[in-house]
Design a binder for this molecule. Structure first.
Ligand SMILES: *Cc1c(COP(=O)(O)O)cnc(C)c1O
Length: 458
């Protein structure tokens, strides 16, 4: 093993690559082995550890084993967002095969901002994007971009929409993720251009109210340009009536944007396709593989009906790029989004899909739908609890029939088990505990354990 005594040049020789690589991969295998028994959360402020982590790098080489040990200890602090007990926010787990793809892609280190420099790798990434477009029922010629997450994808979607439809008002609900308002803010839309359509008691956009609001806005001289539906809201996992919203957008000549950051992965399942019906009418769709496709954090997708709109909204030129010309029908990803230089993101999608096969994803997602329905049934049968909404996907909201403070205490008690970790949200001014089954590492055993912990804590 590398010790501090030997110099370690930046240009590793092949045997050092193999030695360090094996050591890192052994570390990962050990870490994965311990996930099942690791605490779901672990807060033990350790001053010594923090001091060691903040220590500046030495002038000479360090010891890989000792450095990895520091990383292991640092990763063990806080919430275990990769473990089976993580039922808060949107757990994905983090497929190790994506991490392995990253190791390969980063080592090969090819530039994929412009197709001409790495045409085959760009074709690989483009192929995955086209496959997603097809799974969402978008027409041939649709395309998109792999981003770091839904927020960045939304930014580019809104820019494309503005380029295609001009400046005007956009329509959301109070349950729309704030990334839409944030993107609007970043592209310079005044806050009053964001119009909040009322939601139904089922927490869905009220289509009739949207139609009325759009007509009224037009009558007072405003210019409606974009309607944003959500396929799985962040608080409750609720799906807006996408087919009706798509129809309204078409009638009113609005850009139809669907935020499927959470719900999008379920399009791979039969139940998901039924529940997301209408998403195929979208002009832009965003989804986060780091949510419902179990990816590690850092992968978002933007799919657009008309990639020309995306290109027109982002293309720019510089003399330093004069050697580079378009490569046939391959997209220049650097001209479709805000980043020029980016890591090659194709392999991290291509490898796990081809290696595990699509059915492996479908099976996992179907299991999560079943588990969430099971959680809902059990909690709804407990007379101490209010469980007002049937899950559209895999988020279940519940609360004790008591005060918000009682419910805050209940959450703290559940999380103190350190076997599961839940979060909370507020709907119509009332506090709800929120349980989301989404990690590929969460199965029936941990869900039963969660239900037992909740019952005992009530
Ligand atoms: C998580 C989420 C986002 C934001 O996605 P990031 O990947 O965190 O940028 C947007 N919309 C919805 C519905 C989400 O759940």
């Amino acid at each position: 093993m590398t010790t501090g005594e030997h110099a370690l040049p930046l240009d590793l020789d092949p045997s050092a690559v193999a030695r360090l690589g094996r050591h890192a991969v052994d570390f990962l295998a050990d870490w994965v082995r311990e996930l099942d028994t690791a605490p779901a959360s672990h807060y033990e402020p350790d001053g010594g550890l923090l001091t060691a982590l903040r220590r500046p790098p030495g002038d000479g080489p360090g010891n890989f084993t000792a450095l990895l040990e520091l990383f292991r200890q640092a990763a063990g602090q806080g919430v275990d967002t990769a473990g089976p007990g993580y039922l808060a926010y949107f757990p994905a787990g983090g497929l190790v095969t994506v991490a392995l793809a990253e190791l390969l892609a980063q080592t090969v280190n090819r530039f994929t901002g412009v197709a001409q420099v790495a045409p085959a790798l760009v074709a690989m990434e483009h192929g995955v994007l086209s496959w997603f477009c097809e799974r969402f029922g978008l027409p041939a010629g649709a395309g998109g971009l792999v981003t770091t997450g839904a927020s960045v994808a939304t930014l580019s979607a809104l820019l494309a929409a503005r380029h295609a439809r001009g400046d005007g008002t956009i329509y959301v609900t109070e349950h729309t993720h704030y990334c839409v308002a944030k993107a609007a803010h970043v592209i310079g839309l005044p806050a009053d251009r964001i119009r909040t359509v009322p939601a139904t008691t089922g927490l869905r956009m009220d289509v009739a109210a949207a139609a009325t609001m759009i007509a009224a806005d037009r009558a007072r001289g405003m210019r409606p340009v974009l309607l944003a539906g959500t396929a799985g809201t962040t608080s409750s996992g609720t799906i807006d009536p996408l087919a009706e919203l798509g129809e309204l957008a078409r009638e009113q000549d609005l850009w139809f944007h669907v935020d499927a950051a959470y719900g999008g992965g379920f399009q791979l399942t039969g139940r998901g396709r039924t529940r997301l019906r209408g998403i195929e009418t979208a002009d832009s769709i965003i989804l986060d593989p780091h949510k419902s496709l179990f990816f590690p954090y850092g992968t978002g997708l933007l799919l657009v009906r008309d990639p020309a709109a995306l290109h027109a909204a982002h293309a720019a030129d510089g003399h330093y790029l004069q050697d580079l010309s378009p490569a046939g029908d391959l997209p220049d990803f650097g001209h479709l989004g805000v980043e020029l230089t980016r890591e090659f993101r194709g392999l991290r999608l291509w490898l796990p899909l081809h290696l595990h096969g699509v059915q492996a994803f479908e099976r996992e997602l179907d299991e999560k739908l079943d588990l969430a329905a099971h959680v809902h049934r059990h909690l709804a049968a407990d007379p101490r609890l209010e469980v007002p909404w049937q899950p559209d996907l895999t988020v279940v909201l519940f609360r004790l029939r008591g005060t918000d403070q009682d419910n805050g205490r209940l959450l703290a008690k559940i999380n103190a088990s350190r076997r599961v970790f839940l979060s909370s949200t507020t709907i119509d001014g009332r506090y709800f505990l929120r349980l989301c089954v989404l990690s590929f590492r969460t199965h029936a055993d941990r869900v039963e354990e969660a239900l037992a912990i909740i019952r005992a804590a009530c």
